[in-house]
Each structure stands twice: as structure tokens, then as C-alpha cells.
Write a protein that binds this ligand. Structure first.
Ligand SMILES: C[S@@+](CC[C@H](N)C(=O)[O-])C[C@H]1O[C@@H](n2cnc3c(N)ncnc32)[C@H](O)[C@@H]1O
Length: 362
């Protein structure tokens, strides 16, 4: 494991009490267990072109004090990729991609009404691990919100900022390698967000998380399904988008890192031994087409986020795995972005929030 911060891990100290999913104090009134939230109803009253463009701010800087191989970035198609474990992850790590990840963080915050996690954790987490932390934005927010907690973020890319809260630390580490934390370093909360397409063996990931959680500790996945659907058949009009997502999924299967697996996480957690496992599914619209004002706002951001993601997914999955040329990728990208911006298409992606607890005695 290479580190972008101090090498020693603070020792774990939190205790926990088993919670009951039915007695959660979670303030999100939409929260129901093992349920999909209310249907998205299209807004027929507002003119479809009335949505303003979204705006967001994202900044990041490379971490310092790293082994040089980690900073040996690779470049292709005008994008920058990680050098550590080269080729294991297909998406770039440059500023444009970091902006996309930070926008995605904003979408998650809107979905969770400003909360950073969904799990009904009955204690304040004290030792937290964020796997595949990306820009570290979740970990940094968590560290700010819980100054008494120690947060570790790990990733293949050293793209986390240098100036971070003192209780946040970042390490360069491959989540698919053996986790090296000692027994005294066990976590009381592990967070995994948006790692579809990053992980080959999800069962092993769940098992390693289980091993490295304290008894009573919680694991939470926040994972979009990576499959666009519509309830009113309007997606049929978006032929390029439909073709594109099938190609990306085929490439991910060929690469042996599936991207459409969010609906398997609950079973995987149960298999690993977690209890009180629940799954909450939220339909996240692509575009401001729903009537509900909150979902309208989320849809506006998600459309922008999707538009930013088409190029890196096309170049990474369809280009690098299926062998399409850059030119072919760019033509398809332009067509798919057009479909994403088609206001007559009422499409959405299902976001899965899947949480579970390690039993007290195991
Ligand atoms: C889509 S981003 C999500 C980032 C972050 N979790 C978030 O939600 O903002 C996926 C991240 O996982 C990292 N990653 C991919 N494979 C990984 C692996 N095997 N071990 C650790 N990190 C990995 C990538 O470098 C990238 O930063």
C-alpha cells in the first residue's frame, strides 16, 4: 500500500449497538426498506425547455509524497489515466473526470437530503474506510462533519487534495488486493460508492469488508445500476443511447468488471454474513422531466453528469475493450449525448443504497 499521508493507522476505538432497520431515526421521510420510492411522474405543466443549465464547482490537486510510479500517469485520446496498476481501471483521472465525480457527489447529497450515508447507524462512526474514494470528496465531507472520526480513503489514483481535514487520510491501494489492516485497526463504517466497472470479485470485497469491520459495524454501498430505463417506452426513441449502454455492458463483461450489478449487492452482503441487510432503490431521472420539484432538480444535474460520462465510458469500455477507434468512439459519443439531452425521453437510472451490519458475535 502506498500512502498520500501518514503511514501509521490510528487505532480503532468505537463501540456499537446493534440497530434495528425498523426503528431507524433516519430523517429521510422517503426511506423505506427493500422498497423503490414513489414513481416518477412526468411534469406536463412546465414547458420542457424551461430548465436552466446546471452549474457546479469542482477543484482538486494531486497529493504529494508519493512513489514516483504512482504519478506516472498514462495518456490516451486526450485523457489522463492512472499509472498504478495500469489498465485495471478504464476511466480517466484528469480534472474533467474529477469534476464529473464531484458533480455525482452533489447528486448523492441531494438524494440523501444532505446526509452522507443511509445506513441506520446508531452511533457516531469513529473509524471509517472509503473504498475507491476518487477525489476524496465524500471522505473530506465526512471528516468535516464528524471531527471525532478518523477517515481513511483508498484509491488507485492519487487525485485527492493536499489540504484536507486532519482526520482524513488517503492511501493509494488496490481494493482487490489483500487488505492489510491489523485487528486493532478494524473499522466501524465502510463506505463504497460507484465502483461498478472497478471490481472483479464483489464477493471478495464484501468478505474483506466483513473481516475488517468491528462487530456491529456497518457496510454501505451506494451504487447506480448503470442501465438506463423508462416506464413509458420513451427510451425507445433514444436508439443510440440504448445501443451504447449494451456495448458498454458487453465490454464490462469482457473486461470482467461488471457495471450492472447493483441489484446483486444485497445477496452478496447476506452471503458474506451481514445482518439487517436492506436495499433502498431510488429512480434517478435523466433530465428535469419529473413533476416532483426535488426530482426535477436532481434530474437536471443527472443529465449533465450523464453527458459528462458518455465520453470516458465510450473511450474506456468501447474503445479500449471492444477495440473501436477514437474516431468511431467520438461519433458515437456525440450521438449518445444528443439522446441524453432529448427532452421527450423520460429515462432514469436506479440508484441502490444497500447497507448491512456485521453481527456482534461472529
Ligand atoms: C467512479 S469513481 C467513484 C469515486 C468515489 N467513490 C465517488 O463516489 O466519488 C471510481 C473510483 O474507483 C477507483 N478504483 C477503481 N478500481 C479500484 C481498485 N481496484 N481499488 C481502489 N480504487 C479503485 C478509481 O480510481 C476511481 O477513483
Amino acid at each position: 500500500m502506498a500512502t498520500a499521508g501518514p503511514t501509521s493507522h490510528p487505532s480503532a476505538s468505537a463501540s456499537s449497538t446493534p440497530p434495528s432497520p425498523n426503528t431507524t431515526t433516519n430523517a429521510n421521510t422517503e426511506l423505506t426498506y427493500d422498497a423503490t420510492v414513489a414513481e416518477l411522474v412526468p411534469d406536463t405543466a412546465t414547458p420542457s425547455d424551461s430548465d436552466a443549465d446546471s452549474a457546479f464547482d469542482g477543484t482538486s490537486a494531486a497529493s504529494t509524497s508519493l512513489a514516483s510510479s504512482i504519478l506516472n500517469y498514462e495518456y490516451s485520446n486526450g485523457r489522463r489515466y492512472q499509472g498504478y496498476r495500469s489498465g485495471q481501471y478504464l476511466l480517466p483521472n484528469d480534472e474533467v473526470e474529477q469534476d464529473r465525480l464531484d458533480l455525482l457527489h452533489h447528486i448523492f447529497l441531494l438524494l440523501l437530503d444532505g446526509k452522507l450515508y443511509d445506513a441506520p447507524i446508531p452511533y457516531t462512526p469513529k473509524r471509517v474506510l472509503d473504498i475507491g474514494t476518487g477525489t476524496g470528496i465524500w471522505a473530506i465531507d465526512f471528516a468535516d462533519e464528524y471531527p471525532g472520526a478518523e477517515i481513511l480513503g483508498t484509491d488507485l489514483s492519487p487525485i485527492q487534495p493536499t489540504w484536507v481535514p486532519p482526520n482524513a487520510k488517503f492511501y493509494i491501494d488496490d481494493a482487490e488486493s489483500e487488505w492489510v489492516y491489523g485487528e486493532s485497526e478494524a473499522f466501524d463504517f465502510i463506505h463504497v460508492r460507484c465502483l461498478s466497472g472497478s471490481i472483479n470479485d464483489w464477493d471478495r470485497l464484501c468478505a474483506q469488508a466483513y473481516t475488517h469491520l468491528q462487530p456491529g459495524g456497518w457496510l454501505e454501498f451506494q451504487e447506480p445500476e448503470a442501465w438506463v430505463i423508462s416506464d413509458d417506452d420513451t427510451l425507445k426513441k433514444a436508439e443510440n443511447l440504448c445501443r451504447w449502454q449494451q456495448l458498454v455492458n458487453d465490454a464490462a463483461s469482457q473486461f470482467k468488471k461488471e457495471i450492472r450489478l447493483a441489484d446483486s449487492l444485497k445477496q452478496r452482503m447476506l452471503k458474506a454474513g451481514f445482518v439487517d441487510v436492506y436495499e433502498r432503490v431510488v429512480k434517478v431521472p435523466i433530465g428535469p422531466w419529473p413533476k416532483d420539484p426535488k426530482m426535477k432538480e436532481i434530474g437536471r444535474y443527472q443529465r449533465e453528469h450523464m453527458a459528462m460520462g458518455i465520453e470516458p465510458y465510450t473511450l474506456g469500455f468501447i474503445g479500449k475493450v471492444l477495440g473501436w477507434s477514437e474516431q468511431e468512439c467520438r461519433v458515437l459519443t456525440a450521438k449518445v449525448i444528443n439522446d441524453v439531452r432529448d427532452k421527450s425521453v423520460h429515462s432514469y437510472i436506479r440508484f441502490f443504497f444497500v447497507c448491512g451490519r456485521k453481527p456482534q458475535a461472529s
